[in-house]
Design a protein around this ligand. Structure first.
Ligand code: MN
Length: 241
């Protein structure tokens, strides 16, 4: 693609401060530049049911801004603020796929070659605002795309996370298990998700895909500690301020 963008050098002369790139460390070394954050809605059957839906509807997508990503190093506890405007702040533990090779109209059979790695992520949600927007037929951004809504652990290269697509996924709050399932239960697996997604948006290196959450979503309040994990990928600990 060629666009008449200014060069990086001319960024020195931007009329307001240029935003920092969003960078997530890679396990074992290196840095992942986050381009876009795509999320898949209702992609585990039991979660679809708890949200009042059944069956294998076609996958649907929403986005979060890249700078909603909050990196938390493996083994450390990150912090996010309890966001404004909500009284029903929900956790959703998710396997994240990191796109290393871009493309449009990628077929499922070829899709896994586009996946560079995986991470553990939280799709934090202002459930009350999302519900209100759903009811009114309005966009979900206020419920999904807010500041600090996408905590994530390090990106793990696919070769070091071979079992990521058939792994136990779990979330505890204050030590009690709230969500537990396996990534093998994704309604639309990662290859199929990429096929659908890339039919509507051209994927590029740096894109992240939050692949959906299993059943058991619920609310957290200030002081709560969330401990998420995907076996073979990592753990993600986040405290609500
Ligand atoms: Mn989600």
């Amino acid at each position: 693609m060629s666009h008449p963008f200014p060069t990086l050098e001319s960024a020195m002369t931007t009329v307001v401060p240029a935003p920092q790139p969003v960078l997530v460390p890679v396990a074992g070394g290196g840095t992942w530049p986050v381009r876009r954050v795509y999320c898949v809605g209702r992609n585990y059957e039991e979660h679809a049911k708890e949200m009042g839906f059944t069956g294998r509807e076609p996958p649907f997508f929403f986005m979060k801004p890249a700078d909603a990503v909050v990196y938390v190093p493996e083994g450390e506890t990150g912090e996010i603020a309890y966001p404004p405007g909500t009284s029903n702040f929900h956790f959703e533990i998710e396997l994240v796929a990191a796109i290393g090779i871009g493309g449009a109209n990628i077929k499922a059979a070829d899709a896994m070659a586009h996946v560079w790695g995986y991470a553990v992520g939280l799709d934090m949600t202002r459930r009350d605002l999302q519900g209100e927007m759903k009811k009114q037929g309005r966009p979900w951004e206020i419920g999904k795309g807010f500041d600090e809504s996408a905590p994530i652990g390090p990106i793990v290269p696919a070769a070091k996370a071979a079992g990521a697509t058939d792994a136990t996924i779990e979330l505890k709050v204050n030590g009690a298990v709230k969500q537990t399932s396996t990534t093998a239960k994704l309604i639309w697996n990662i290859a199929e998700t990429i096929e659908h997604l890339s039919a509507y948006w051209r994927l590029e290196p740096g894109d992240l895909i939050y692949t959906g959450t299993p059943e058991g979503v619920g609310a957290v309040k200030p002081g709560d500690l969330m401990e998420g994990s995907v076996a073979g990928v990592g753990t993600l600990k986040v405290k609500v301020r």
